[in-house]
Design a protein around this ligand. Sequence first.
Ligand SMILES: [Zn+2]
Length: 338
Amino acid sequence: MEAPLIKSKANVTNLGAVLLGQHVACDAYDEARPIRVVTHAHADHMVGLGKSLKKGEVTIMTPATKDMIDALKGPRFLSRGAVKTLDYGEEFTYGDETLTLHYADHILGTAQALVEDKEQTRILYTSDFRYSRTPRVDADILVMEATYGDPVRVRPFGMMAEGILVSLVEQGLKRGPVYVFGYHGKLQKMMRILYEAKIKTPFIVPEKIHRVSNVCEKHGMKLGKQLLPFDGEEAQSMLTQNEPSVVFYHSYSRKKINGEALQIRASGWEFRKPCRRVGANEYVVALSDHSDFNELLEYVERCNPRLVITDKYRSEAANIFAREIEKRLKIPAKAAPT
Ligand SMILES: [Zn+2]
């Protein structure tokens, strides 16, 4: 196929829409596209969703992502437009193009989106993903996340941070409540890690995190039976009496915390060590739901597409990553929007 022709089949717009084929816009509103796909329920992938619901023909997501959005924005939000849920692998045909969603290991419900057009060109958007548990989808054109697309963004310590999280929490519980901060989705992964490590103390959660956690459990994540609402009597009395419990807050939470209590923040932006002390009782652990540089590159190499587009709307490293792909893999690559 001619290079200019293949280039016209995918792009990322200035407003953040990932365009696949002729009809699909992923993760931001695009006025020319009848089909909107939401790959997962993180805010930077729900850009202009209200507008898509109002003006677009149909908005497509996995059933779990729909439940996540209902939990985060209230069930009335999505009822403003036509929403279709699509299971992983299920086909949706529009005109002469077929859309399928494929599993991605990121937060619950996350999907890679694949469009196959009438010339049988396979156009894939990976969305956000963690490589080790994300199946590779074959594609001719690959649109990639590039969050850690800079060669210095590697985590040689792998999964060590998970074990460190458990031992930090165990230590902190000897003194009373432990506070854990993270984003939606990652908080629930931390709950699962602690639950699997047999930490039996109650998990105290504000309302929104409680709702998201219930969705995760509905879709098969095991978080334990120990979730207590933050505003409830039981949780409040435990906290006033300094009883051991794990309190989960969103990263943006401004709630006041007793300075003696142990605080743990999960962050993907840690590359030197799996855990770093940042205050007397404060630690950052390197837990990420994204691939590091080596993993991103390995996905491209295995996929071996004819063209790669790196998402510059969501990743500052998109230019660097495109250059590295060309240099190391000899595959044409560009960052978009330019
Ligand atoms: Zn995300």
